[in-house]
Design a protein around this ligand. Structure first.
Ligand SMILES: Cc1cc2nc3c(=O)[nH]c(=O)nc-3n(C[C@H](O)[C@H](O)[C@H](O)COP(=O)(O)OP(=O)(O)OC[C@H]3O[C@@H](n4cnc5c(N)ncnc54)[C@H](O)[C@@H]3O)c2cc1C
Length: 241
């Protein structure tokens, strides 16, 4: 007899959503997250596109910690001295909110709390080292030599799936599939953001930038998203020989 019906590894949006759904169906769920607090290990610029959370948390637009809805989206191609931009603004962004800026530490903590409210056991600051196997079957997970058993294990490790790689379920990354990213959240204040980006209320701006001036095999992009009183800015660089 297993200790849990399901163990979910990783409390990002995927793992917490799975835990909410299964715990609310009465399954005994363990959600394990290595970060403490939940969300502290997230990899994201910070825009939540789409309306998928509605199928899990019907009132998510009222209850989730959303920053601003995207009112204007700009994709820019930059050279050292020029910019060509696709500047997209549509009334549909106002009528039917299709994207929100989020601070993932807050969003991920909110989702994990929802999983706990649905009945899942949520543990943070615990890293799953590997899958526990018996007779060729997955019987649970291993943490620091201890096995926790479950009838089913869901790996929701995100972009660095070390447990799945160790189990041979996904291939190892190579130079062409990894990059280095740096993100910083700057506090500017709500009024300054509204003034500088020509925004009102909870409308927001999402800018994405292709750094076309780089030479050789280096490719990079940047992003700038407005939150309520901060902006999220980042650059991601890849080397593709
Ligand atoms: C630079 C960059 C910018 C991005 N920007 C956006 C964006 O703006 N909008 C967007 O929708 N998507 C963005 N993405 C993609 C984003 O990563 C995913 O959309 C989203 O985070 C995927 O959710 P997830 O739950 O699958 O994984 P994650 O959010 O990565 O969650 C995985 C969780 O598992 C935990 N974990 C991993 N291994 C273990 C382990 N062994 N034991 C315990 N816990 C573990 C991690 O700590 C983490 O909390 C971006 C990606 C990158 C690289």
């Amino acid at each position: 007899m297993s200790e849990f019906d399901v163990i979910v590894v990783g409390a990002g949006p995927a793992g917490s959503s799975a835990a909410i759904k299964m715990a609310s169906q009465g399954l005994k769920v363990l959600l394990v997250e290595r970060g403490d607090p939940v969300g502290s290990k997230n990899v994201s610029g910070g825009i939540l596109w789409g309306n998928d959370l509605a199928s899990i948390i019907p009132d998510w637009e009222k209850s989730a910690p959303l920053e601003r809805y995207v009112e204007r989206k700009v994709t820019s191609f930059l050279t050292t001295d020029s910019e060509i931009a696709i500047d997209f603004k549509t009334k549909k962004f106002q009528e039917k909110k299709t994207g929100y800026s989020v601070l993932r530490t807050r969003l991920d903590s909110f989702l994990a709390r929802k999983a706990a409210q649905a009945g899942a056991m949520v543990v943070t600051g615990v890293t799953v080292d590997s899958l526990a196997m018996k007779d060729g079957r997955v019987i649970g997970v291993v943490n620091e030599g201890e096995t926790i058993t479950a009838d089913c294990v869901i790996l929701a490790e995100g972009p660095n799936p070390r447990v799945a790689m160790a189990a041979g379920l996904v291939g190892k990354p190579n130079d062409r599939t990894v990059g280095i990213g740096v993100k910083h959240v700057y506090k500017l204040g709500e009024n300054v953001i509204n003034e500088r980006f020509n925004l009102r209320g909870n409308a927001g701006f999402a800018g994405e930038y292709v750094l076309s001036f780089l030479e050789g095999d280096v490719y990079a992009g940047g992003f700038l998203y407005t939150n309520k009183d901060t902006v999220s800015m980042g650059v991601v660089i890849t080397w593709q020989p």
